[in-house]
Design a protein around this ligand. Structure first.
Ligand code: DGL
Length: 260
């Protein structure tokens, strides 16, 4: 019998779509449920205790409703704060998103890398740990930008994104002491690869960007090896449905749009 269970992707907003895209490229027939916690958005300016209280409970409700074969926390902020608690609360495999510091260190020639995430992500001890383990011989500069998160949401809602706003957010990283030597920037927020063209245009030539999406897609393939995929309607679910969500949904090809 074919397996109709979907893959559940979870983020505060549209950011996790940057993880869905490389997953779809590898698993074109996988049914997808994409959940955006629009009622809790943005996560990056929230406290650790707010995220830790909110995310496991919400994922529990989503898993109960959609019965996925695996759940993907397609959000660096939620993963770096709440991944162990989510794993403990759910009875399905959970894939998290962590800042791609390891591949960035492997790519860097200057040994100066930038980590661009949310304010909450860049202050996590988890990031200190990744930097110490995988980029011990690099200078790792960090910047948290709530503005880029908002710009990615605006872009997916069909609004024009001005180059000056993106350049301004990137300057918070590149204009730190030593920032002119950065040759690799980690997009440590899943919203940011959605602005890949704008970020590339705003960055000096020679600066490359890396994110965790392709690695997560490979991990999903490996966790679902041997399983079959029965086509099902892809579902987009929001925890709050307002005008912004209506515009975002209109620009995406999900068969069903629901509210939790
Ligand atoms: N997309 C999320 C991340 O990867 C968080 C964005 C936000 O809600 O601030 O961190």
């Amino acid at each position: 019998m074919s397996d109709t269970r979907p893959i559940l992707f979870f983020d505060s907003g549209v950011g996790g779509l940057s993880v869905v895209a490389p997953t779809r490229a590898l698993l074109p027939h996988a049914p997808i449920v994409y959940a955006a916690d629009s009622a809790g958005f943005p996560y990056g300016t929230r406290s650790e205790s707010e995220i830790a209280a909110r995310v496991p409970a919400l994922l529990g409700r989503l898993v109960e409703r959609y019965r996925p074969r695996l759940a993907v926390i397609a959000c660096n902020t939620a993963s770096t704060i709440a991944l162990p608690a989510v794993r403990a609360a759910l009875d399905v495999p959970v894939v998290g998103t962590v800042p791609a510091i390891k591949p960035a260190a492997e790519m860097s020639a200057t040994r100066v890398i930038g980590v661009l995430g949310t304010e909450a992500t860049v202050r996590q001890p988890y990031v200190d740990d990744l930097a110490a383990r995988f980029a011990g011989d690099c200078v790792v500069l960090r910047h948290g930008s709530a503005a880029l998160v908002e710009l990615a949401e605006a872009k997916l809602a069909g609004e024009a994104v001005g180059p000056a706003a993106v350049a301004g957010a990137l300057a918070g990283l590149l204009e730190q002491p030593g920032g002119e030597r950065i040759d690799v920037v980690v997009n440590a927020c899943t919203h940011f690869p959605l602005l890949a063209d704008e970020l590339a245009a705003a960055a000096p030539s020679g600066v490359r960007f890396v994110d965790g999406g392709p690695g997560i897609a490979r991990r999903i393939v490996s966790l679902s090896a041997g399983q079959d995929w029965a086509a099902g309607p892809d579902v987009l679910v929001f925890t709050r449905f307002g005008e912004h969500e209506r515009r975002v949904a209109a620009g995406l090809a999900f068969a069903r749009v629901e509210a939790l």
